[in-house]
Design a binder for this molecule. Structure first.
Ligand code: HEC
Length: 188
């Protein structure tokens, strides 16, 4: 009996270790891909804001954000997206798991944690299969985010946003708020 238990422990410990290692590795890979996603978005946004101003930049966000996410998803074989409790694009509406994580991020922020390093990951079952899910909070910076996500949008900016997103919820943010999160699903 003792021998069997010992054997079980010897087998279980490395197995648990491997699972933790694998998750840490998947989290690292997720962080790296998000870095390039965020970099690409920032590049597009900054370039458009600088060369053509916020009205044109809205159009760039409209056409590029989903496109970049789709390209990266294809490249890595994952689902890569952005989501928010108050989405601008309805395509970014959180699913139940994402909503729960976003609500936990808000609770962590309320408890004093800054959103910059906030992340959450775990293995969950989706459609009967285990998947690795990862989310990283996106903080709201004063510049340039509030031009399009703040409280006092310029009427011209608001009008263009209304044109593309008649059900926009992504306004009224302050610097330091959690604007949303990057979200990744990795099949296992
Ligand atoms: C020029 C206007 C503009 C600026 C500036 C801007 N955004 Fe957005 N943002 C948009 C538009 C348009 C969308 C919808 C994109 C889409 O269709 O997927 C969006 C969507 C998002 C989303 C996806 C969730 C959602 O609401 O649909 C996040 C997260 C986000 N923005 C964060 C930021 C952050 C953080 C900043 C500052 C670094 C920022 N945005 C600056 C226009 C802007």
């Amino acid at each position: 009996m003792k021998k069997i238990m010992l054997l079980a422990i010897m087998l279980a410990v490395p197995a648990a270790q491997t699972v933790a290692d694998e998750q840490a590795q998947r989290a690292d890979q997720s962080r790296a891909v998000i870095k390039s996603f965020a970099g690409a978005l920032k590049g597009e946004l900054k370039g458009a804001l600088k060369s053509e101003g916020p009205l044109k930049a809205i159009e760039v966000c409209n056409s590029s954000a989903q496109h970049i996410a789709a390209e990266l998803s294809k490249k890595h074989g994952w689902e890569i997206s952005r989501t928010s409790l108050k989405p601008r694009n309805a395509a970014n509406t959180p699913d139940a798991w994402e909503r729960a994580v976003l609500e936990k991020f808000e609770a962590r922020k309320a408890a004093g944690e800054g959103p910059k390093m906030m992340e959450h990951y775990e293995i969950v079952t989706m459609n009967g299969d285990p998947v690795f899910r990862y989310m990283k909070a996106i903080p709201t910076a004063k510049k340039p985010c509030l031009v399009c996500h703040g409280s006092n949008l310029k009427p011209k900016v608001a009008a263009v946003i209304d044109k593309y997103y008649p059900n926009d919820q992504a306004r009224g943010y302050k610097a330091g708020d959690i604007r949303g999160a990057f979200s990744i699903i990795q099949p296992m």
